[in-house]
Design a protein around this ligand. Sequence first.
Ligand code: PSV
Ligand code: MN
Ligand code: MN
Length: 427
Amino acid sequence: MRIQSSHIDQYNASAIKVHENNYRITKELLAQKSIDADAVVEKLRQFQIAIPSWALGAGGTRFGRFSTGGEPGNLEQKLDDIGLLHALTRSAGAISLHIPWDIPRDAQAIKQQASELDIVFDAMNSNTFQDQKDQALSYKFGSLSHINADVRKQAVEHNIEVISYGQALGSKSITVWLADGSSFPGQLNFRRALDNTLRSLQEIYAQLPADWQLFIEYKPYEPYFYSTVIQDWGTSFLLANELGNKAYTLVDLGHHLPNTNIEQIVSTLMYRGKLGGFHFNDSKYGDDDLTVGSIKPYQLYLIFNELVYGLENNTAQNPAPAWMIDASHNLKDPLEDLIQSLEAIRLAYVQALIVDRQGLWDAQLNNDVSVGQEILQDAFRTDVRPLLQEARLRSGGVIEPIKAYRYLNIRQQLIKERGSVTVATGL
Ligand code: PSV
Ligand code: MN
Ligand code: MN
């Protein structure tokens, strides 16, 4: 299924009157604070978020998996789904591929399809956390950190292969996430595992094209439950520094122990120009992969506050981070879930854009704690949803994507095309 501009116009005609009124009111409200709503909308229109190829089907838990129906069964259908999201929201113009879950068999054709849908290829993701059919050696006890040099070699070669798939598609980065770790004290020697990891990463880095970036993701636990080799931002930062200026840390919101101050991590990494990418999701307990903004929207806003500050005061020349949603759960329609995540990310971004920076700076200079908090919460409590709607409208998208998704019966169409019991690849 592809969305035509007539579908979009048809839906927008029913919502335009209310929207125009809401936007006018919001614009006046912001003008009273000397904020130019139109300028914020223009910034927002540029802000694109990558969709991972594994988020388009309903996710599973170890207790089961329930099909939504109409889920994509191959890479072409996944691209089509992102095309639907992008047509509605005009903010999902990128895909992030996981290899070997989504190998592009015919790179030229896939590239062509993506360009028709106005989608580019964001970071590639390697996978050394599962054994694949016909794989010579097992990753049961690790990959880049493995005690056996042959396993490390196999994992290094896989990453280099992922880079070459990415080159054929026009991607410019690779994200390495390792499950490597241990479940019991005594299982591995921490220092040897880290040293092996660094050496393996150096071999991958040596093959990284000049205009590519390598992102190192960290995670404190899961699938192993005692130690993870790259457990935290400090370990990732250490490795990225050792590798060189094309290597960066990637922050996944779900990869922190409860109550970690993620916004401060963002600030520290940007201070050194080493924040390369972001995986958005939300969680109450661990790596829950819930819809972005569904549990802790204030934390998300505080993170964006640091991101916006970091990019506006970019003394260390941190490159624009790669933004990606990394969430997939087992209840909602995956496309509706992604629309809600896109909305939450963009909401937090706009809230951060309208923070009174000078006022905040002055409050900090005067140690005026109450005013600092007032300023931050004032932006958070401003209803900026009409700005998101206006950005979509100006970019050719729909005013209210979830309502339009239902109005256009998109899931029903997909079920008609693909069947009611479908399972997409990925976790
Ligand atoms: C691991 O939990 C992770 O966040 C990594 O980014 C993986 O590549 C992704 O999820 C998919 O499993
Ligand atoms: Mn991730
Ligand atoms: Mn994760």
